[in-house]
Design a protein around this ligand. Structure first.
Ligand code: ATP
Ligand code: MG
Ligand code: MG
Length: 362
């Protein structure tokens, strides 16, 4: 098949590489330069967007902010309604989807401007997280409100653009579910992944390392089922959750979803017989979803560092991925997957390498 991916960042490149590995032809459309690219970004291809859309059997994406001209011109090449997917770039629509699907999430309300936000802050009875409705990622466009904070100052700052105010959740840990839904509605999910963030940005993920209670996995897959059925979704989608514990009982609250492949699924490139990228290609092209075989794997992000030390490239238990992006503090420029026996050894790897691999923004 011929697949056109919207976006030419690392996710697009890894999707394209996987597509090619399955015998498909793949092109990336850069939404930054408005050009169609074959997989090696250095080469230029003299194909217009209209030609690439006509060429493609199917259009997919690495990021859900699909430009309006592609929505219009490629509508029948998508396997689901792309406008619906794009609407989820607005946190208000995303939270409404959770409520509509009766998937538990942190209680929330919207504000349009500083005045509305100020009212919310004055009435707040517990700490809040404020999130700009649009454009936030890696913890950007977020503010914390604690009851001792000055509401006027914060409302001025955070209320410059519309957003949501949600309860701050005292979570026990963060996990994500990465899975795929195929055209016939069958689903295939990896076990819940434990994620650790530093300053709002994913630092590392533990794939198939922490034991997962059946009950929690079922809750997560039920949320996945409801959300993807409602979107009539085809392909890989990730759900980020907070694990909260009341007494001995653990339950999940959805934080946000990513209707695409996701950073917390990168460990599957090493730790699974079918990576999240392969899984997406299978779902897109109507291949059966696999039976998964998994090996415990740590995924350590490379953030802002200018290289991955040679010792890691040499190590027999590691697989290094470098995205060929200019490093700056807080920017994800690569990741290292590490086969590791258990949580203790994973944490030792983190203790040894995270500081060298991660330069965070202030
Ligand atoms: P991503 O890069 O994952 O898309 P993002 O910028 O969209 O991130 P969120 O995932 O909403 O932002 O938040 C980033 C992190 O901030 C979360 O992983 C979590 O650690 C923390 N956080 C967000 N919302 C809350 C909340 N309501 N209560 C407590 N912590 C929160
Ligand atoms: Mg996000
Ligand atoms: Mg997130």
């Amino acid at each position: 098949m011929k697949i056109l991916f919207v976006g030419d960042g690392q996710l697009g490149q890894m999707l394209g590489a996987s597509g090619i590995g399955h015998g498909h032809e793949c092109l990336l459309f850069s939404t930054r330069t408005n050009t169609v690219k074959p997989l090696s970004a250095q080469l230029d291809l003299a194909m217009s967007l209209a030609e690439a859309i006509a060429w493609a059997d199917v259009v997919s994406w690495e990021h859900e902010d699909i430009p309006a001209d592609i929505l219009a011109a490629a509508h029948d090449k998508f396997l689901m309604d792309p406008a619906r997917i794009k609407s989820l770039t607005d946190r208000r629509a995303e939270k409404k989807l959770f409520d509509d699907c009766r998937v538990a999430t942190s209680p929330w309300q919207t504000y349009r401007d500083a005045d509305e936000l100020l009212k919310i802050l004055h009435q707040a009875e517990q700490p809040l997280v404020l999130k700009a409705a649009r454009g936030g990622y890696d913890g950007k466009g977020q503010w914390r409100f604690r009851l001792a904070d000055n509401p006027v100052e914060l409302a001025q700052q955070a209320g410059r653009a519309p957003g949501i105010a949600e309860h701050m959740i005292p979570f026990e840990r963060e996990v994500s579910l990465v899975g795929a839904r195929s055209k016939d509605g069958s689903i295939c999910c990896y076990p819940l992944i434990t994620n650790v963030h530093e300053r709002g940005i994913l630092s590392y993920s533990l794939g198939a390392i922490d034991p997962v209670e059946d009950e929690l996995q079922q809750q997560a897959e039920e949320a996945f089922r409801r959300l993807t059925d409602s979107l009539n979704y085809v392909g890989v989608l990730a759900i980020e959750f907070f694990v909260v514990t009341d007494g001995k009982q653990s339950r999940l609250l959805v934080n946000e979803i990513a209707p695409r492949v996701h950073n917390s699924g990168h460990w599957t490139m090493t730790g699974a017989n079918c990576s999240q990228f392969d899984l997406h290609i299978r779902a897109l092209t109507g291949m059966p979803l696999p039976l998964l075989r998994l090996e415990p794997t740590l995924m350590l992000n490379v953030i802002g560092a200018d290289q991955i030390p040679v010792g890691l490239w040499h190590h027999p238990d590691t697989q290094c991925h470098w995205y060929n992006k200019d490093p700056r503090p807080g920017r994800k420029v690569g990741h290292v997957n590490i086969r590791t026996a258990n949580r203790d050894t994973a944490i030792k790897w983190v203790a040894q390498w995270a500081e060298k691999l991660q330069v965070l923004a202030d």
